[in-house]
Design a protein around this ligand. Sequence first.
Ligand code: PLP
Length: 361
Amino acid sequence: MSRIFNFSAGPCTLPLPAIEEAAAEFVDYQGAGMSLIEMSHRGKHYDEVHMEAMDVVRRLYNLPDNYKVLFLGGGATLQFAMVPMNLMGPGGKCDLTLTGAWSKKAYADAQKIGFVNLAYDGSDEKFMNLPNIADLQVSEDAAYFHMTSNETIGGVQWPEFPDTGDVPLVCDMSSDFVSRRVDISKFGLIYAGAQKNAGPAGAAIVIIREDLLERSRQDLPAYLSYATHAPKDSMYNTPPVFPIYMIGKTLKWLEAQGGLEAAEKMADDRANLIYGAMRDDADFYSCPVNENCRSKMNIVFRLPNEDLEKKFVAEALAEGMSGLKGHRSVGGCRASVYNAMPVAGAQALADFMAAFAKANG
Ligand SMILES: *Cc1c(COP(=O)(O)O)cnc(C)c1O
């Protein structure tokens, strides 16, 4: 077996022990004579898997008792709609920071429900910069304040979060979930598609402060209401059992590495290696993102021209490093370095970058 360093943005690399464990028990789960994905979601085996996956999220973030963890279908994209439907409602108002491709989608869906005030609009700077959190204005009458903690395509990450007072802070953390310590008590709601740091595609993880459940209107269709899922621990309907099972394994692996503190340290190490390689060959590599908000999860960079970028991606692949092509909407190169990317993978990429610049510069 040979595994390569996979720099894809999502779905993406997952911890090998989690995949191996799942493979070992996939056909016959703990002597039950069937796979976990063939069992009733109401049975004892699945119930343990489900509750443990929720618990490990709680443990990693040290969640206060007044926060609920939900596992929902529809990815982070469904949350673009559920958040305004549940927390704002028709005729309501919210604040949003427009920082790139993903917050644009959150913006578009929220506008279908109510009025969205842009607390920050990065379009003039082509989404390559972020403001100081101290300069963000929170509207007193906003139902919530929405941020995208890490723009997966643009490679821009908020280094810190504002204090939004009585206005609940809502955050799309899809691409930096469980990658750093955060003060949960600052947030009203956090959501994340699982397939970047937490598991395979097919589920979103939502962390919601309990008092916000009261905002979900009675006339919402059942699945679209947080108030439906929370009291049932996300077992109102058949949950996405396989993603949840893998989320549990992935996050338990992270816990064994040392949890969020270790994740943060590994992210710093990987980012230092790759941004360092750019700085070492600054006449060859360039990062379009302002220095104060460069992502530690999705590292974007340009080479002197597109032909060299193509060559770079192809030669890296031949050396066992895949997924380095930038998103089709922006071009260039992108190295996505989530929790499961070993620091050795970032080192291999940094070494390759140095050699490539030498050979082609
Ligand atoms: C990937 C991603 C999404 C979309 O997630 P889906 O699970 O595909 O719906 C939303 N926001 C961010 C920041 C992302 O990285």
